[in-house]
Design a protein around this ligand. Structure first.
Ligand code: FUC
Length: 765
């Protein structure tokens, strides 16, 4: 074991392997349906490119096109029912408690709103009948979708991308014979109140409404063509291009949503401004600007696992063959695809990633394509920090500010408490009250879990200004709510969370294990944050006093970790939710180092829950098995997930475009899988007695990943980690730190404390 100081920048271990990371999805046929189409996105708009020929469909979304309108969902004076609901639960009268809660305690209205599609762009090539030599691909590193094919002796190329700097979607089609390109461009929308007009200079403007008292939107496109004899001609509802070498469509969309609590914005002015600015730029400049912006995020991290002959197949065939073939690189692709998707659907100035990211073609999407925060919203952000995409987390943080404003009212009206609370869902209008049904909607730890994302961001970035100005107020006020909300259990005299539930299991109860893990972790984070910032010491002291009184994790009669206060778990229950294992991952309330008995019980619970489940559940289980330091089991779950939907009985899988199948499509499984691959390679949730982060290298390496490397994964404490292994053994690692700091590096049984200076990467071998 030897540590060597390196001068200058990190060597880039993976480059040393001389292999390119796996960064491309590709197919030999156009998409026949939506789950074969490929996504691009800029955080404001998402688009699914079908890549068809002669007609290419591009279905697109704008992030604020939702049903509904600003409103408070809080149930005025619901708190009047709270003491009786609690009394009934402590008396074992669950049904009566749920009935009372349904009557007097739920969100008004009972359901939240739906994320909506915006429109479709069609580009139809004239004079093209059948095509040959077809290929389409999504280049993850550049963020560009490309199609090539031949027809009538002409070679055509299409490129599509979503530019974040220019805030437009861009589609270009070119022919290799001058003047051979003729096409028609039109815009449509599935909404009812829609009108389309065309204007001079190749403009198409589509306006629409989701509902009379709600969201109004505009889509504005400009079609331009190049070539000596090119003509662009506006027709009634479309624009025709003829005699061109190439045609380009730039389009953008906006709504009247000013903020989560205000309509009245002017989509026409917003679209006109954006498009005017973008239309001044030539295609090459827009493309280069986009590739640079996307690449600055995407290029930060990579995982290299060996490519084999199986890796060379088109992506759909590769997916179908994955379980039987030797194709380790496929997991690296899934990691990078997760990062690609997060960049596409979650940028600092847009809405956070919803159940489908930003991609939805349905007016009635599954679970409204909103935000479910008893697992799904959080899972979307699991790869953000470790995958070097901290900035993509910001969209969620902005939403938390708004949820805090809304959640204060819910805390007051439902619980008579200060601080803020979020239950298991929110929507564009930031509903925070309990929705749907008392048996799963009254779950109080959405705010606690999401507030911990701010703390994680701080742990990874060591950004104290962020902690002080942004994270702390949200964390502190989330903790303030629980501090007042917890009550003493008459039997154990511990502090319990009630009413609540263990997500979607066993109905309304007093004291689900998950809540206690989250609240305990939040309180601990607050105590530490208060010390780091030297602020709110008295409040931190109150929390410190409560931490030890919160109901502890308990081992039950089947050797399992109890999901509830009572020992009533059913070991045959293979439900997708594994909420009481929150303390193992994403939390660290239960660890191999500090609580080995609870750790063993949690592992037993996971064994009882089984290996096959819905997409996101398997995403979670990959991470859990990684935390249980069992790489082969994590890989087994991965290979249940990385299969075409329908392969594994009772389980999800993937669609041909590698969208995760719950089923149906839900993006959390993509993010869970991406985070899981990283968690198998590096973990940093533990600290030593002196408070130094333990950077555990290759903690859960499966046998099948014999050789490989990674670059740019992030560890808590502000570290950037590169590593390379051969024959399952670490051969070297490099650690860099932007701020400088000390850590403990652990690989197998070897442990070494190191100090890493700012700008001076450390090589460890
Ligand atoms: C919860 C989960 C479902 C699904 C939905 C969005 O209801 O139990 O599996 O993920 O959220």
């Amino acid at each position: 074991m030897r540590s060597v100081w390196l001068l200058g920048c990190a060597l880039g271990v993976s480059m040393a392997l001389g292999e390119a990371s796996d960064c491309r999805l590709w197919y030999r046929r156009p998409a026949a349906n939506w789950t074969e189409a490929l996504p691009v996105g800029n955080g404001h708009m998402g688009a699914m490119v079908f890549g068809g020929a002669p007609e290419c469909r591009i279905q697109f979304n704008e992030h604020t096109v939702w049903t509904g309108f600003p409103r408070s969902y809080a149930h005025t004076n619901a708190v009047a029912a709270l003491p009786e609901i609690r009394r009934l639960l402590f008396a074992g009268k669950q049904r009566e408690a749920e009935e009372l809660a349904m009557r007097d305690f739920m969100s008004v209205p009972l359901r939240q709103e739906k994320y909506q599609p915006c429109g479709d762009l069609f580009v139809a090539l004239d004079g093209v009948a059948s095509v040959t030599d077809y290929e389409r691909q999504l280049g993850l590193a550049e963020g560009v979708h490309a199609v090539t094919f031949s027809a009538g002796g002409v070679r055509y190329t299409q490129e599509t991308f979503a530019s974040h700097p220019a805030k437009v979607l861009v589609h270009r089609v070119a022919a290799d014979r001058p003047g051979a390109l003729a096409c028609t461009v039109r815009l449509t929308s599935p909404h009812k109140e829609v009108s389309v007009r065309t204007g001079p200079d190749g403009k198409i403007v589509l306006t629409g409404r989701v509902q009379a008292d709600g969201v109004a939107f505009e889509v504005r496109a400009v079609v331009r063509a190049s070539g000596a004899k090119a003509k662009v001609e506006a027709q009634a509802d479309r624009v025709a291009v003829s005699g061109a070498d190439a045609a380009e469509v730039l389009w953008t969309a906006a709504t009247n949503v000013k903020a989560w609590n205000a309509l009245g914005g002017d989509p026409a002015t917003a679209c006109a401004k954006t498009l005017k600015r973008a239309a001044k730029e030539p295609f090459e400049k827009l493309r280069a600007e986009h590739v640079a912006d996307h690449g600055a995020l995407f290029g930060r991290a990579s995982i290299i696992l060996p490519r084999t002959a199986a890796s060379e197949r088109p992506t759909d065939e590769r997916l179908a063959a994955f379980r039987a073939a030797d194709d380790p690189a496929f997991a690296a692709l899934v990691f990078q695809y997760g990062r690609y998707l997060l960049i596409g659907c979650s940028r600092e100035d847009g809405q956070p990633a919803n159940l489908q990211g930003i991609w939805n073609d349905s007016l009635t999407p599954p679970w409204d394509s909103k935000y479910t925060c008893n697992i799904n919203t959080e899972m979307n952000y699991w790869p953000a920090e470790v995958g070097g995409l901290s900035e993509c987390h910001e969209a969620l943080f902005h939403a938390l500010d708004e949820l805090m404003a809304s959640g204060r009212i819910t805390a007051r009206e439902h619980y008579g408490a200060e601080g803020w609370v979020l239950h298991h869902n929110f929507d564009l209008w930031r509903g925070t009250a309990p929705i749907n049904h008392a048996n799963h909607g009254i779950w109080v730890t959405g705010s606690g879990w999401l507030a911990l994302h701010l703390w994680e961001h701080y742990l990874f970035t060591q950004d104290k200004k962020f902690l002080r100005d942004h994270a702390w107020p949200v964390m502190r006020e989330a903790a303030r709510f629980y501090s007042q909300f917890l009550v003493e259990d008459p039997v154990t005299h511990t502090l319990v969370s009630t009413p609540s539930n263990s997500p979607e299991q066993g109905g309304l109860v007093a004291g689900p294990t998950m809540d206690h893990q989250i609240i305990r972790s939040l309180f601990k984070a607050c105590v530490e944050a208060s010390a780091v910032l030297d602020q709110d010491g008295a409040f931190a002291k109150t929390l410190q006093g409560q931490i030890g009184r919160i109901a502890p994790n308990k081992v039950g009669k089947y050797g399992q970790l109890q999901e509830w206060m009572e020992d009533k778990d059913d070991p045959k229950n293979q439900h997708r939710h594994v909420s009481h294992l929150w303390g193992v991952y994403p939390g660290c309330d239960i660890t191999w180092k500090e609580t080995p008995e609870l750790f063993a019980a949690a592992r037993q619970s996971l064994i009882y829950r089984g290996d096959a489940a819905t997409g996101w559940s398997m995403g979670w289980k990959v991470n859990l098995w990684a935390r249980f330091l069992d790489g082969d089991h994590a890989y087994l779950i991965l290979s249940n997930l990385l299969v075409p939907l329908g392969t594994v009985k009772g389980a999800g899988g993937m669609y041909p475009n590698l969208f995760d199948a719950h089923p149906p499509f839900q993006i959390d499984g993509n993010f869970g899988a991406a985070a899981g691959v990283a968690e198998m390679l590096v973990q940093s949730h533990l600290r030593d007695a002196e408070g130094r982060t333990i950077i555990h290298l290759l903690p859960a390496l499966p046998k099948v990943w014999k050789d490989g490397s990674f670059r740019g994964l992030r560890a808590r404490g502000g570290f950037v980690v590169d590593a390379e292994w051969r024959d399952g053994r670490l051969v070297r690692a490099e650690l860099a730190s932007e701020k400088g700091g000390s850590a403990v590096i652990k690989a197998g049984d070897r442990e070494e404390a190191v100090v890493i200076q700012k700008g001076q990467p450390l090589r460890w071998e």
